[in-house]
Design a binder for this molecule. Structure first.
Ligand code: C2O
Ligand code: CU
Length: 498
């Protein structure tokens, strides 16, 4: 699939026939990058900022002239961005005007269990719900009707968090339809650094989608009867991949920048696609990216990378110095793991010289290293596909997700080592805690494993050890593969801090 100009979308029907639709994909690097709007609180008091978000059906113009039905927080995709200060709680009233139950999870949030979005803690639709749900079999499920107030204490380091749907078995289709948004936490430590800010700080929420002939997002198993049933398509087993790359909801956008340092806050919000991001052309001298932060905020010191690999849900905070390029250069953010239409992500146009007073300090922050000797227990978890009863699924320790089974009970405040082994690529995410990668494949952590992480990307057959302190709140949380289809097909488990 060349990207030279408008092209017809070829669509394969369920019988395998190819349908030519009237939908045209835009040529890449024509549409301007958009920034998700920052949400205003409905109230601020001495204790917290209060927000209201309604999840609803809407039509979005993602492809020019085409209406794409979405599910959006506030009716937009991505949802509005929330900006918070460290230690200042945000209380978000989520209202569910969608036709199905929802669950909201703040990914990367250090959140009490009742607001963490356990997958059966449903918010039922305002219009009512007569369908069944797994929460009926989970006596501990906390179900609310129409709305739910989520309290996020945000007593944590400055970082790029994101919120998204987390309903048991249906996270993949719900997020694919648009239920994802950013939540940025800021603090004094980060503010004191001379980093690029304002319009030189750019959040980039990267996703892939396929469009059906009628303009809708094409999710292969929107038919719930296909879920977890033998014979589902291979693509569903692998995870759903799209052929159109959207950045902040815009297909292959273009963005004008000054010839100065910019801070790119990268998030892979795709259901299943992994990216290896690089700059084309690379800067004539110096590294393409200087990483300053990870999932859990600033690194101790910057790290240089020629490219950045991101699995689902991972974040990298990186400085790109467009001052290394002559004015007029077009710099493409490419995806080395993609092919054809998925090999390109977006483009920056270096438009003008501007004064640049920013710098990348050699020391950014303090990251307390967790040491192996601090761990009181080591737990092993395998992430593999397999059969369980008559179902094919993605399993942790041989089991699919079961709300009645607790896979680990860390004591509050304890440091633990968790060892993961996999069959294929799986990005593994823990709720509640940030962790540090201790080893990868029996060797030292990889170049992108530094700092505090909440999601770690495992390669096929690779073993990874992470270390975390389970502090903060008592209660039940989940850990899971963040390939959304793997998660929906069972690759999730409960842990309970006690
Ligand atoms: Cu980003 Cu449990 O999720
Ligand atoms: Cu997986």
């Amino acid at each position: 699939a060349g990207l030279g100009g408008p092209q017809l979308l070829a669509q394969r029907t369920s019988t395998g026939a190819i349908l030519r639709s009237a939908i045209r994909l835009p040529a890449p690097f024509q549409l301007p990058l958009r920034m998700p709007p920052v949400l205003e609180p409905v109230a601020r008091d001495g204790k917290a900022d209060r927000y209201e978000i309604t999840a609803r059906e809407a039509a979005a113009e993602i492809l020019p002239g085409v209406r794409t039905p979405i599910w959006g927080y506030e009716g937009i995709f991505p949802g509005p961005t929330i900006e918070s200060r460290r230690g200042r709680p945000a209380i978000v009233r989520h209202r569910n005007d969608l036709p199905v139950p929802t669950v909201v999870h703040l990914h990367g949030g250090h959140t009490p269990p009742e607001s963490d979005g356990y997958p059966t803690d449903l918010v039922l639709p305002t219009r009512g719900w007569s369908g069944g749900h797994h929460s009926m079999h989970d006596p501990a499920a906390a179900i609310t009707e129409g709305t739910r107030d989520y309290t996020f204490p945000l007593d944590q380091r400055a970082a790029l968090l994101w919120y998204h749907d987390h309903r048991m078995d249906f996270t993949g289709p719900a997020v694919y339809r648009g239920l994802a948004g950013l939540h940025i936490v800021r603090d004094d430590e980060e503010d004191a650094l001379p980093l690029p800010r304002g319009e030189r700080e750019i959040p980039l929420l990267i996703t892939d989608r396929t469009f059906a002939a009628d303009g809708s997002f094409d999710y292969p198993s929107l038919d719930p009867s296909l879920t977890r049933v033998p014979g589902v398509t291979d693509s569903y087993l692998a995870g759903v991949l799209g052929d159109v790359i959207l950045v902040n909801g815009v297909p292959w956008p273009v963005h004008e920048v000054s010839a100065t340092r910019h801070r790119l806050r990268l998030l892979n919000a795709s259901n299943a696609r992994r990216y290896e991001l690089a700059l084309d052309p690379p800067p004539p001298n110096g590294p393409a990216f200087v990483q300053i932060g990870s999932d859990g905020g600033l690194l101790e010191s910057p790290r240089e990378h020629g490219s950045i690999t991101l699995a689902s849900a991972e974040r990298v905070d990186a400085i790109v110095d467009f001052g290394r390029y002559p004015v007029g250069t077009e710099v493409t953010l490419v995806n080395r793991l993609g092919a054809g239409s998925t090999a390109q992500v977006m483009r920056f146009r270096v438009a003008r010289r501007e004064r640049d007073d920013t710098a990348i300090p050699a020391r950014l922050s303090e990251v307390e290293p967790l040491r192996r000797e601090q761990a009181v227990v080591t737990r092993d978890f395998s992430f593999r596909s397999g059969r369980h009863g008559d179902r094919h699924g993605w399993l942790i320790g041989g089991r699919p997700f079961d709300t009645g089974y607790v896979a680990a009970r860390p004591r509050l405040g304890d440091v633990e080592i968790w060892r993961f082994v996999t069959d294929l690529h799986h990005p593994i995410h823990l709720h509640l805690v940030n962790f540090q990668v201790l080893s990868r494949g029996g060797r030292a952590p990889g170049p992108l494993d530094g700092g505090w992480k909440d999601t770690v990307d495992l390669g096929p057959g690779e073993a990874v050890e992470v270390i975390a302190r389970f502090d903060g709140y008592r209660g039940r949380y989940v850990f899971h593969c963040h390939n959304a289809e793997h998660e929906d097909m069972g690759m999730m488990a409960t842990f309970e801090t006690v």
